[in-house]
Design a protein around this ligand. Structure first.
Ligand code: C2E
Ligand code: MG
Ligand code: MG
Length: 753
């Protein structure tokens, strides 16, 4: 049962009440929610509604009258509050359907509807129904009054205070929202590159802050000791687009000109009724001013937000050139001004994500022998040459094409398949490049990727192109190669093996075996070849034919080769200690090792540290390697010979060494490749190459050894042809050091017997 309701007590002295109110001349009543204060009365007593509206009817704060919303039960109020916007104050009866219906409603307003701003004044007929102090705090109840307390004057002041507090809360929330917007605006602006973009962004953000369309200009003025330059328009929006990039004078637009001059003179923002000018203080000599039309004069909050905005953005305007510069440095090649690798990857990602993808091709263009040209003609000349190449690629392959420079002498093209076409690109290198009156002929090698077939990112596409380029280079200069998926698989397998090999080396899974070399006449061992072995933890052997190229490719061969050399040297020393004094040790040396600048030092140190006698060491180099860069090789071999070790050419007969060239090399021995030994069948034709090599050795005064001898017949023919030495499964398979020691002391003697 609701308690009896005490009617609202009205003051007898209405006139006195007004001294407590702000006095404003009556403003024209507006019906829009924005221009009234909305007060909701929730009470099951109709009288309370009428007395309240009567008491507060002519209250008017800051030109905004009150507008009443009525609910006669807690249930009805719940319903209405879901749709009622911007209620400032609720005058709420505690006791309605239930004794505590009002309190439940408060909980519903705050917790369910999440209306945090609205001020709530609880009213009750009896003191006994007052809410707990906790509820007042928890539900942010603005005031609690018994109805008898609420004389008209008290009601007046209570509601006025509640509206003020509501307004305050709204302001704080608005400016919090505004500040968020400013933070957001600044972040957005920082992402824009280039002064022009930034300036245009500033205009857009100002409009956004004010909740209107952008229509204005942003100017910069530079001042020096001699005076100030003219106003330069950096960006325009809306109605002022025609002013883009002009010098702003009185003649162009007097109103804007004067407003901007005023802001510059006063060094502050100026707010007019239909425009604002925002002053951005730049560094000493440069200031920025934005002029913008506004649909209504900015509110106090707007002004405060704009102040924060201008001081925030002024820093950005000043930094933007720096940022632009940094951006350029980060994304563009300084020499050619072309996009660099980072930027290219972005472009590739965009192409892969866009409609052009299906028809797009990526090509790396690697200039052949550019390093030599650069060294020979000087770096300045090299730079000019690169610029000329960049220019030709850009100008002669047609529009819609991205040309980037992603490495010293590597360019990259992205465009449709017709433009990025190997024949067209390579044709550009048929004419010489003319630098300082000098003609330079260049050639290039291409690695291409069809982006339509590519799965993966832009960076991956670039890797694939690189794989294709490497393949093109390994096959022939001035060629091209398209990436295919099988190449990728192959490469990944190689990469996997490279890691495994590194680990294996670190974990001593590699070891050296020795295959004896035999004097065919006496059948006694004269030496052994050291051969590397890799046994994986699961017991599998991986052939050196597979892992040596990977060790070379990854550079691991440098350490690996040194380790083999030292191991073999130590084994030689051990064998000598065991009495095998004439024994020779042959060690394979890869081209990569051989070209390493410290190879000679490495060799000398290994010999010295192990105490192996150099005259009992032989290095095997392959014939193909002997053919590359003859002058360098001749010099290297001379130096190696000085250490006392001898040199054999391995796999002889597979390459195409010219006789005259062979004569110039300081070599000691030719090793007939297994393939020619296998061919020996007794027929004249089958043994012809072996015979030629043996003959050649004799003519050049070189020793000859045959490798891969598997049967007695081959051994006999070789011996008959005059080949003194041989190596092969017929005599012994490669074996561990321990096994070799045993073999030498037993089997060798038996073999000789
Ligand atoms: P290679 O230097 O020509 O070595 C001779 C290869 O022939 C060895 O293969 C050897 O086991 C095999 N062989 C010897 N006799 C016979 C025979 O009668 N029949 C047959 N079918 N094969 C025979 P391996 O050990 O698999 O080595 C393959 C290649 O790997 C070597 O060819 C050499 O080029 C390279 N290699 C091995 N160890 C090293 C090393 O420590 N450093 C470098 N750089 N390369 C190495
Ligand atoms: Mg060999
Ligand atoms: Mg060989």
């Amino acid at each position: 049962m609701p308690p009896p309701i005490t009617p609202l007590e009205l003051s007898k002295d209405d006139q006195d009440d007004l001294v407590f109110l702000e006095e404003h001349p009556a403003a024209p009543a507006s019906t829009g929610a924005r221009n009234v204060w909305r007060v909701m009365i929730i009470d099951d007593d109709e009288d309370v509604h009428s007395t309240t509206t009567f008491a507060l009817g002519n209250l008017d704060m800051q030109h905004r009258p009150l507008e009443f919303v009525h609910a006669y039960s807690a249930g009805q109020a719940r319903e209405m509050l879901q749709h009622e916007p911007e209620i400032a104050v609720i005058l709420l009866d505690v006791v309605m359907e239930q004794d505590d219906a009002g309190l439940h409603l408060v909980r519903y307003i705050r917790e369910t509807l999440k209306l945090a701003d609205v001020r709530i004044i609880l009213r009750t007929g009896q003191p006994g129904y007052a809410p707990e102090i906790d509820a007042i705090r928890d539900f942010d109840i603005n005031d609690y009054k018994t109805k008898s307390e609420l004389t008209r004057i008290k009601l007046f002041t209570t509601v006025t205070a509640a509206i003020r507090s509501y307004e305050q809360i709204r302001k704080i929330n608005d400016s919090r929202r505004g500040l968020n917007q400013i933070v957001h605006a600044s972040t957005q602006l920082m992402a824009l590159h280039g002064v022009q973009n930034f300036a245009a962004g500033v205009l857009a953000q100002i409009a956004d802050l004010l909740g209107q369309e952008a229509s204005g200009v942003l100017c910069v003025q530079e001042c020096h000791d001699s005076g100030c330059n003219e106003l330069m328009v950096m960006a325009t929006a809306g109605a002022y687009r025609h002013l883009d990039k002009v010098t702003l004078t009185v003649r162009e637009d007097q109103r804007i000109h004067d407003a901007i001059e005023l802001a510059l003179a006063q060094r502050r923002n100026v707010y007019g009724n239909d425009f604002i000018t925002l002053y951005f203080a730049g560094k000493a000599s440069r200031d920025f001013v934005a002029f913008m039309d506004v649909v209504r004069a900015p509110s106090e909050i707007d002004e405060r937000l704009l102040e924060v905005f201008t001081s925030n953005v002024a820093v950005g305007l000043d930094n933007v050139e720096l940022v632009t510069h940094l951006h350029n440095a980060a994304f563009y090649d300084q020499l050619s001004k072309l996009p660099n690798r980072t930027r290219l990857v972005e472009i590739l990602d965009a192409t892969l994500a866009g409609p052009a993808r299906d028809d797009a091709t990526l090509s790396l263009v690697d200039l052949d022998h550019f390093a030599e040209t650069n060294d020979a003609l000087g770096h300045q000349f090299g730079d000019l040459l690169l610029i000329a190449v960049a220019g030709r690629l850009q100008n002669e392959l047609g529009g819609q094409l991205t040309v980037a420079r992603i490495g010293g002498d590597i360019f990259c093209l992205v465009g449709d398949a017709e433009q990025v076409n190997p024949a067209r690109i390579l044709a550009l290198f048929q004419r010489p490049f003319s630098i300082d009156g000098q003609d330079v002929q260049l050639s290039a090698t291409l690695g291409l990727v069809r982006l339509g077939e590519h799965e993966g990112s832009g960076a991956d596409a670039l890797k694939d192109a690189d794989i294709a380029l490497k393949r093109a280079k390994s096959q022939q200069r001035a060629g091209h190669f398209y990436f295919s998926r099988s190449m990728g698989v192959e490469i990944r397998e190689r990469v996997r093996m490279m890691h495994a090999l590194r680990t294996a080396f670190g974990q001593n899974q590699l070891f050296v075996v020795y295959q004896p070399q035999i004097d065919l006449a006496t059948r006694r061992p004269v030496g052994a070849e050291a051969l590397l072995r890799w046994q994986t933890p699961d017991g599998k052997f991986i052939s050196p034919d597979r892992f040596i190229p990977i060790a070379e490719y990854s550079g691991l061969i440098i350490d690996l080769g040194e380790w083999v050399l030292r191991t073999a040297c130590r084994e030689l020393v051990d064998l000598r200690k065991a009495g095998h004094h004439d024994f020779m040790m042959s060690i394979n040396v890869s081209q990569v090792q051989f070209r390493h600048p410290h190879f000679l030092d490495m060799l000398r140190n290994a010999l010295e540290d192990t105490g192996a006698p150099p005259e009992h060491i032989e290095l095997e180099i392959t014939e193909s390697m002997a053919m590359e860069e003859p002058d360098l090789l001749i010099k290297m071999l001379g130096q190696i010979k000085q250490t006392g070790v001898s040199i054999a050419i391995d796999d002889f007969g597979t390459g195409f060494s010219s006789l005259s060239y062979l004569q110039r090399l300081q070599i000691d021995r030719l090793k007939i490749d297994r393939a020619f030994v296998t061919e020996i069948t007794g027929s004249a034709r089958g043994s012809s190459i072996a015979e030629m090599v043996i003959q050649l050795g004799r003519n050049l005064g070189l020793a000859v050894i045959a490798e891969g001898v598997e049967d007695e017949r081959q051994a006999q023919i070789l011996q008959a042809l005059g080949c003194p030495l041989a190596q092969g499964f017929l005599f012994a398979r490669p074996m561990t050091a321990t096994a070799l020691n045993g073999w030498l002391s037993n089997d060798a003697l038996e073999g000789a017997a």
